[in-house]
Design a protein around this ligand. Structure first.
Ligand code: 6GU
Length: 273
């Protein structure tokens, strides 16, 4: 996969040189190029923003530098043999970035990121490139960042670890929380490693019982506990056809009941805890 990032803060993307993404680059599984948007400004002050039409606070990133930068970056990529670009524009008003979208992006050969600072990029830029390629406007959560650069790091890491051969064990993202499939709709429960006692704290006996069935059941119960506590919305969304008798028991213990339609909801008297 090829990734281009156009930004007014190239240093912000330094983390792409380390850890999983850095190693994928070193192995040639991922080609990353970071470009300074100000290289496509031609005035003395390297202006990339201007006041919004219609008034209001903040500044809007100008069409000129973005259009010239994206044209050159796209031309350079095509020249280097890349194909099938998609433009990714991180913005708090984008669609939620999910594991499902990470999988979709990981299947594309070339991602071009256009993170905005200020109040955003002039709409015409996205509209223009949308006539030539898919444009993904994505948000990484319900909070406001000063710019999209941190989101580029988030999306790149989520995508890179899905590329073939990037993770050590090819199976290791199969049962990620949120991965489409088996444990799909539950968060992962707690994990432990050696030593068996730390500051007087022991590990759950079942994990050293050698009883694989009991261990799997315990892990699933813990996944239900954690999901019920941190993400009750995920339990409500679950298809109860995927629940066995033990699942129903643990859910009932946690205060959840099946409604006539089959989905689970939480008994209101237990909602306070
Ligand atoms: Cl992608 N950008 C900014 N500036 N803020 C955000 C975001 C993106 N996602 C959530 N908040």
């Amino acid at each position: 996969m090829r990734i281009d990032v156009v930004t007014i803060f190239p240093e912000y993307l330094e983390p792409l040189n380390v850890s999983l993404v850095g190693k994928a680059r070193a192995r040639g599984q991922l080609g990353v190029r970071v470009h300074d948007l100000r290289d496509w400004t031609y005035d003395r002050h390297n202006t990339v923003d201007d006041t919004p039409y219609g008034g209001g606070p903040g500044m809007v990133m100008k069409t000129g530098p973005w259009g010239d930068a994206l044209d050159d970056v796209l031309a350079g990529g095509y020249e280097a043999g890349a194909h099938g670009p998609a433009l990714v524009v991180p913005t708090p008003s984008g669609r939620p970035f999910t594991q499902e979208l990470a999988v979709e992006l990981s299947e594309r050969p070339w991602l071009v990121f256009a993170p905005a600072r200020y109040e955003g990029i002039d709409r015409r830029v996205m509209d223009e490139y949308a006539t030539r390629m898919p444009v993904y406007e994505v948000s990484i959560g319900d909070y406001v960042l000063a710019g999209g650069e941190a989101a580029v790091l988030v999306v790149t890491e989520a995508v890179a670890r899905l590329l073939p051969g990037v993770l050590g064990n090819a199976e290791s993202h199969r049962d990620d929380s949120f991965a489409p499939g088996a444990m799909a709709d539950l968060l992962e429960g707690p994990v432990y490693t050696k030593p068996p006692v730390w500051r007087g704290r022991e590990i759950p006996d079942v994990l050293v019982s050698g009883h694989h069935g009991k261990i799997a059941r315990w892990r699933r119960d813990e996944a239900f506990r954690r999901t019920a506590a941190n993400r009750p919305d995920l339990i409500e969304r679950c298809d109860p056809a995927g629940f066995d008798k033990k699942d129903r028991e643990i859910l009932s213990m946690l205060g959840w009941s099946p409604e006539p339609g089959g989905r689970f909801w939480r008994r209101p008297e237990l909602m306070e805890e």
